[in-house]
Design a binder for this molecule. Structure first.
Ligand code: SF4
Length: 367
């Protein structure tokens, strides 16, 4: 699919008065499906206005704070499910790390790195269709270790489809939240996975909520879905009353069915984030996987709409340096949650790098 195909279709969409729409949402109103679709059709030249309008909602509910989340991949690869976007899927030839369960000590040590850098939530993730009861015990031991380090740390588990009673066990172990993404619209689900259904996923989100866990559920954009399907999944997440909504942008790993799929431009990513914000105005909207590769130099504009990111690396891919994340947040005028009283949480600007290439040297110039 050509980069511009996804959200700039050759069709007419209604235009939206962004100021009036934001006023209406701030007064307690709701965006309609037609309006959400129109937001996705915002012309490139008007995207900054869209970001500004969505930013009014973001700042109303979340001020200038950015929640930092930190991923710990407890068990990587070798999954028996066939989610087409996933580097850990059945038959994946992606050259990613594969390993079995980290020990409690290993998991706590990895998490400690993120906590020291300012993460307020640690997300404990494992590959696979869903956990066994033994897996729940393993994760419970890790949660014990983390709560010993920091009783106020938020812990989110992301272990796949839950069976009856497992959400309650995780809640009893001290888990605060459970992540299970709807990923895409119900109408598109069979195109990306054949080993479980959209309803299986929705059921796990409901189980988490019923057990008192904070539901975290989001989407992956850029998998060949239509704009209407993006709107559908945003409204489905609103209907599920997710407390946090991670917005992933496809990372098309070589060795997976979606390799080579680069459907989104950075401006598309901003349109999607803004649409999700308008549909879920008071929800934690997180820029999740694919942030660096898809938003590229527009990452800081994403912070004007989303109020949460992952710090550092993702499950099977490297993110930009954690220090660069913190610098970006500070440069854009935002503050990590918990660092409000710590204006020196980023290093001062570096000294200039003296040029030693190009004119006057034997080395090639920079271009
Ligand atoms: S998303 Fe989860 S269930 Fe699907 S293939 Fe990847 S690890 Fe397995």
């Amino acid at each position: 699919m050509a980069p511009q195909d996804t959200l700039t279709p050759a069709r007419t969409v209604d235009t939206v008065d962004l100021v009036a729409l934001a006023d209406r949402i701030l007064a307690g109103g709701k965006v309609t499906r037609g309006e959400a679709l129109a937001l996705l059709g915002t012309p490139d030249g008007d995207v900054l206005g869209l970001v500004q309008a969505a930013g009014r909602l973001r700042r109303h509910w979340f001020g200038n704070s950015v929640k930092l989340n930190y991923l710990v991949n407890l068990k990587s690869g070798l999954c028996a499910e066939d989610c087409g976007y996933c580097s850990q899927r059945l038959g994946s030839e992606a050259d990613v790390l594969t390993y079995s369960w980290l020990s409690t000590q290993e998991a706590v040590a990895v998490a400690r790195t993120g906590m020291d850098a300012g993460a307020r939530r640690v997300c404990l993730v494992s590959s696979g269709r869903g956990p066994s009861n033994r897996d729940i015990d393993r994760v419970s031991a890790i949660i014990d270790g983390l709560k010993e380090e920091d009783p106020d740390l938020e812990i989110c588990a992301c272990l796949g489809l839950l069976k009856d009673g497992q959400a309650e066990k995780l809640a009893a172990a001290g888990t605060d939240a459970y992540n299970h993404n709807l990923n895409t619209a119900e109408s598109h689900y069979d195109d990306i996975c054949s080993t479980h259904t959209y309803e299986d996923r929705a059921d796990t989100v409901r189980k988490a909520r019923q057990a008192g866990l904070s539901p975290c559920s989001g989407l992956i954009a850029g998998m060949g879905e239509t704009p209407e399907e993006l709107v559908d999944v945003a409204f489905a997440l609103r209907a599920m009353d997710a407390d946090s909504v991670p917005v992933n942008f496809l990372m098309p790993f070589e060795g997976t069915p979606l390799a080579g799929t680069h459907a989104l431009t950075p401006l598309d990513c901003l349109r999607i984030l803004a649409m999700v914000r308008f549909v879920n105005p008071d929800t934690e909207v997180r820029i999740a996987g694919g942030r660096e590769d898809n938003l590229r130099s527009l990452q800081p504009l994403g912070l004007e709409v989303a109020n949460s990111i992952f710090l550092g690396d993702y499950l099977t891919s490297e993110g930009q340096a954690g220090a660069a994340d913190l610098q970006m947040i500070a440069d854009a005028g935002f503050v990590p949650v918990g660092a409000e009283d710590d204006p020196a949480y980023v290093a001062p600007a570096a000294a200039p790098t003296v040029r030693r290439r190009g004119a006057g040297t034997d080395l090639a110039p920079n271009a």
